[in-house]
Write a new protein. Structure first.
Length: 94
């Protein structure tokens, strides 16, 4: 059985960027100023887009849970099955 540790509560934000290897890298941080860094997105062509997606994760997870709770009648649709798989992955069950 996998023990699940809760994630750092959202919302998260993109913190200061810095130059590394002449490219921009980004920190993703909780909006609470005294909390630790969630992650550092290393420089790449997609660094800022990846940082935005990671920062949105808590809100996306909350939205997905709401949708799943209210859309169970569509349990055989492809969209519902994809949403179930995403939720299992986010919660560590996949």
């Amino acid at each position: 059985m996998i023990e699940r540790t809760p994630h750092t509560p959202g919302p998260w934000k993109i913190g200061a960027h810095y130059a590394e290897a002449q490219r921009q890298a980004y920190d993703v941080l909780p909006r609470v100023s005294h909390a630790h860094r969630i992650c550092r997105v290393r420089p790449s062509d997609e660094a800022y887009a990846n940082a935005r997606l990671i920062a949105a994760a808590p809100m996306l997870l909350a939205a997905l849970r709401q949708i799943m709770a209210h859309e169970a009648r569509y349990h055989e649709s492809v969209s519902y099955l994809i949403a179930c798989a995403a939720l299992r992955q986010a919660e560590g069950a996949a």
